[in-house]
Design a protein around this ligand. Structure first.
Ligand SMILES: [Zn+2]
Length: 251
C-alpha cells in the first residue's frame, strides 16, 4: 500500500505548490536591492473598499513602516537618475490626484519621512480632486513632488499625435502654474507608444513612468518607460513584501 501513500503525498505537495504559485508569485525572481522600486498607488481612503485603486490608510501605514524598517531611501520619481547608484531606493507615486492623498497619505508621508510623487490629471472630471491650496502646501513641504498625467486622463493611443502632445504639454503647464515645476510624467492607463515617449522628452520631462509591473535599473533605455511595482489595498504583509521584492502582487 506504499504506492498509495506516495501518490497522496505527491498530490498534497503539488496542491501546495500550485496554491503558493497562485497566491504569492513565487516563480518570479527576487530583484536586487540595487534596483529602485517605483511604487504605484492611487487612492488612500478608509471610505471605499481596498482594491487595486485604493490602499486604505492603515495598510498604507503598514507599507511605510515596512519600507522604513528595511532602510529604504525615499526619492521623487524625478530624482531616480541621481539615486541610481544607491541601494534600497523607493519612489512612491500616486496617479490622478485624489483629494484623499492630502487627507490620508500626506500626514503619513510626513510621519515616516517618506517622499512621494503625485501625477496630476489636471482637468480630470468625476473624482474628488486635490485643491490648488492642497497642492501648493504639499509641494512647499518638500515631501511631495508633482508630475503630470495629461489634462483629461486620456488614452494617448486614441488621440492624434497633435492632440496627445497638447494633453501632455498642457498638463505640464497646469502643474507648473501651481508648483513652479513638473519634472515627470505618467501615461494614463499605461497606454502609450514610442512616439509618446519622444513627446515626453521633447516637452521637457526628465522621465516618465508606465504601468509595466517590473523592477529594473534606471537607464537611458527605460527613462521614458519606467516600470512600477503594482499594489493592491488588500495585500497581506507577505504579499506586500513579495510585490516589493518582485514587482507585482498576486492576491
Ligand atoms: Zn490615472
Amino acid at each position: 500500500m506504499m504506492w498509495a501513500l506516495y501518490i497522496f503525498t505527491g498530490l498534497v505537495v503539488l496542491a501546495a505548490v500550485l496554491y503558493l504559485m497562485g497566491n504569492y508569485t513565487f516563480w518570479l525572481p527576487f530583484r536586487g536591492a540595487g534596483l529602485p522600486r517605483i511604487v504605484m498607488l492611487h487612492q488612500v481612503t478608509p471610505h471605499t473598499a481596498a482594491s487595486g485603486m485604493n490602499m486604505p490608510p492603515q495598510k498604507f501605514e503598514q507599507l511605510l513602516q515596512y519600507l522604513v524598517k528595511k532602510g529604504s531611501v525615499f526619492c521623487f520619481v524625478s530624482e531616480l537618475e541621481q539615486y541610481q547608484h544607491q541601494k534600497n531606493v523607493v519612489a512612491l507615486s500616486f496617479d490622478d490626484g485624489f483629494m484623499d492623498n492630502y487627507q490620508y497619505a500626506y500626514p503619513l508621508l510626513k510621519k515616516y519621512g517618506a517622499k512621494a510623487t503625485i501625477f496630476l490629471a489636471t482637468q480630470i472630471e468625476g473624482i474628488e480632486k486635490l485643491t490648488a491650496e492642497q497642492i501648493v502646501e504639499m509641494a512647499e513641504s518638500g515631501v511631495v513632488e508633482f508630475g503630470a498625467h495629461t489634462q483629461h486622463h486620456v488614452n494617448l493611443l486614441k488621440l492624434s499625435d497633435d492632440e496627445a502632445y497638447r494633453e501632455m504639454q498642457l498638463s505640464r503647464q497646469d502643474v507648473q502654474a501651481l508648483t513652479g515645476d513638473c519634472p515627470s510624467f505618467a501615461y494614463p492607463f499605461g497606454r502609450f507608444n514610442e512616439r509618446h515617449q519622444q513627446m515626453a522628452r521633447q516637452i521637457g520631462f526628465k522621465n516618465a513612468v508606465s504601468t509595466r509591473k517590473k523592477i529594473e535599473a534606471y537607464s537611458a533605455e527605460n527613462q521614458f518607460n519606467l516600470p512600477r511595482v503594482s499594489t493592491h489595498g488588500a495585500m497581506n504583509a507577505l504579499q506586500m513584501r513579495i510585490a516589493l521584492a518582485k514587482g507585482r502582487y498576486k492576491l
